[in-house]
Design a protein around this ligand. Structure first.
Ligand SMILES: Cc1ncc(COP(=O)(O)O)c(C=O)c1O
Length: 444
């Protein structure tokens, strides 16, 4: 590290270990990464290559330590390298990593998931959140024999073609792809509505209700900042779905087994027909799941005509990590309550240190999720686009200052932060000290 950036005899600055990796990666991989947000494009600078993690902390390849609030974007509810997960993985790996045949661990994880999440009567395991959502939508279309799907502006459901759409200028818009390579024909059956808008919901269902296969929503939208919705509005959506014969899908890839046993569905009193899961139920391994009403799940192959399959689905490693993660939550006296209390206390301190440094700052929090906006905004923002360009720029500077002082935040003003059960007082105090110095450096 100490020689990084110094000119060599040749006159060229010597590359740090990290930047050598960035260069190697960028030669072979788009942006040098396996998923775009990791490339730091939203905050500028170079991504940090991570060497290891333990509990609330991670270390980069140059040995710098960070308190981590990115937490792999959500799966690590017990923190990094949680011993029970490591042991379960070692044990599973020792006996073979994949068979293409059913194993007992799938049954055990299915038993935990269905016992704990009230909407999950039956379940199918897949390999990612994207796959879970894609499959749930196919199932909704199969079950209703309709094609139209409804999603909401500001919610992210993975990168399946039919969901890479954006809202246009009208009250309801159809089929404007957000990605090159997504044909118009694939998204023309996806309608997008604004969040938190009663009139939009009623008008839409009045006009198109009979054609809607399903509505899908993050009941706690957490991909465009944290945008808690009014429970009455969510319940209105559920009711309109039911009245119109459309299925109601709650995407709990982030919130499942993080906000509580019944995720956002239970928190807001919702009874979805189908639920999608990912992240926490895989304890850091690639897992997703979709499930819900058993009469619907009986339409999935091989029982029914909706085809969906996967070579590595339900593999022993992913199942072992998921079981270890959920069993440890079961053994904890009050995991979700403790996470929520910790998050409340911590975010209050963040607000205070920002105020002391005269930095405009709003921290939105719910359960173990929080979102730092470097601006004074509504404390309960309900729709996207609340972050002004100045606040986005300020966040980029804050992000780098945090890295400098030992705190790892997700590299975008629109990503939410995660708390884990491993974030003890020592880690949180270290984080607050670092963030205080970072706030001092972003003062205008
Ligand atoms: C709510 C939601 N649904 C679906 C996905 C897609 O999951 P994955 O990245 O595992 O494909 C994500 C990813 O962050 C998500 O937040």
């Amino acid at each position: 590290v100490k020689d990084a950036g110094k000119p060599q005899a040749s006159g060229k600055p010597k590359l740090s270990e990290n930047d050598k990796l960035v260069q190697r990666a960028e030669r072979l991989m788009p942006g040098g990464v396996s998923s775009p947000v990791r490339a730091f494009k939203a905050v500028g600078g170079k991504p940090r290559f991570i060497a290891r993690g333990e509990g609330a902390r991670i270390w980069d390849v140059e040995g710098r330590e960070y308190v981590d609030f990115q937490l792999s974007f959500g799966p690590l509810i017990h923190g990094h390298a949680f011993p029970a997960v490591g042991n379960a993985l070692a044990e599973a790996a020792h006996h073979g990593t994949s068979f293409g045949a059913p194993t007992e661990r799938e049954v055990e994880l299915a038993e935990i998931v269905t016992a704990r999440h009230p909407a999950m009567k039956w379940v199918r395991f897949v390999n990612s959140g994207t796959e879970a959502v894609m499959s749930a939508i196919r199932l909704a279309r199969a079950a209703t024999n309709r094609t139209l799907i409804l999603k909401f502006e500001g919610c992210y459901h993975g990168h399946a073609d039919s969901l890479l759409v954006k809202a246009g200028s009208g009250l309801v818009t159809f089929g404007e792809p957000t990605s090159a390579g997504v044909p118009q024909s694939v998204v023309q059956d996806t309608a997008t509505l604004p969040l938190n808008d009663d009139v939009a919901l009623e008008t839409f269902f009045h006009a198109y209700g009979e054609r809607v296969a399903c509505a899908i929503i993050e009941a706690l939208p957490a991909n465009n900042g944290l945008l808690p919705q009014r429970p009455e509005w969510l319940r209105k959506l559920e009711k309109l779905c039911k009245e119109n014969g459309a299925l109601f899908i709650v995407d709990e890839v982030i919130t499942g087994f993080r906000l509580g046993w019944g995720g956002a569905s239970s928190l807001y009193g919702l009874k979805p027909d189908l639920v999608t899961l990912g992240k926490v139920i895989g304890g850091g391994l690639p897992v997703g799941a979709y499930g819900g009403r058993s009469d619907l799940m009986k339409q999935v192959a091989p029982l029914g005509g909706m085809y969906q399959a996967g070579t590595l689905s339900g593999n022993p490693l992913a199942m072992a990590a998921g079981i270890a993660t959920l069993r440890a939550l079961e053994q904890h006296p009050d995991p979700f309550g403790m996470l929520a209390t910790r998050t409340k206390t911590f975010t209050q301190r963040v607000r205070e240190i920002a105020a002391d440094r005269q930095i405009p700052c709003t921290v939105v929090e719910q359960g173990s999720l929080f979102w730092i906006v470097l601006d004074q905004i509504d404390a309960q923002p309900r729709s996207p686009s609340v972050v002004k360009p100045e606040a986005v720029k300020r966040f980029a500077r804050f992000h780098h200052a945090c890295l400098q002082h030992g705190v790892f935040l997700p590299p975008s003003a629109y990503e939410v932060e995660f708390m884990s059960l491993a974030h003890d007082n020592a880690a949180l105090d270290d984080a607050l000290r670092a963030m205080d110095m970072a706030f001092a450096e972003v003062q205008p």
